[in-house]
Design a protein around this ligand. Sequence first.
Ligand code: COA
Length: 198
Amino acid sequence: MNDALLALSKRHAREAAHLHREGIGTGFLSSLGKAFLRQLYSAIPSCPSAFGYVWQEPDGEVLGFIACAQSVGKMYKQALWRRGVWMALILARFVVRPGIVRRIWHTLRYPSQVGDDLPSAEVLSIAVSEKARGKGVGKALMQAALAEFARRSVARVKVAVWSENETANQFYLKCGFRLAITREHHGLPMNVYVIDVK
Ligand SMILES: CC(C)(COP(=O)(O)OP(=O)(O)OC[C@H]1O[C@@H](n2cnc3c(N)ncnc32)[C@H](O)[C@@H]1OP(=O)(O)O)[C@@H](O)C(=O)NCCC(=O)NCCS
């Protein structure tokens, strides 16, 4: 594996949260704030069902990350068990906003709603710093993730992305994913891609 690729660990949580907000700023998780994302990316490395990688330069700068779940449903349960109190405290301010509470509930229920024909393994998020895009960092992160899925004997993986995110849709196709379905999520069209892991 490339020297710049490292397993996502708790110490990368701040950078992963920052890259997530910077790159996927219009996403629902971003709207929950950097503190929530930081808790999520702190939890992921300690969840048996989840893993991730970062691309870290020799000077320590993190230029990209990918986060994955072998089973999204299990990952949410494991993350809530590990960081649930902190997450709940951070999310408490949204109690007065029923729309957001509904979307959190919808997001937590989404793994059980995606349909039997779609795999439970998923690429949850990937983002590369704007200045480092188009240089193969994203693809290297994806290849590392797919190798880890293969090591875990996962046969198929999905990824969900807003239909309007042209760059990411092209990126997933270039990485070998194929479009499985387009469905509505939080009121917007979302493409779900799948790939067979070799
Ligand atoms: C999507 C993203 C991770 C791609 O990372 P990247 O490091 O720029 O991608 P790479 O340089 O590794 O490119 C891999 C392939 O995708 C293609 N690709 C990347 N950006 C593209 C674009 N804007 N249009 C068309 N193809 C593109 C590349 O041409 C390359 O194809 P190749 O293997 O045939 O050469 C990056 O653009 C990003 O962080 N976007 C914002 C966050 C986001 O939208 N994440 C996805 C939603 S979860």
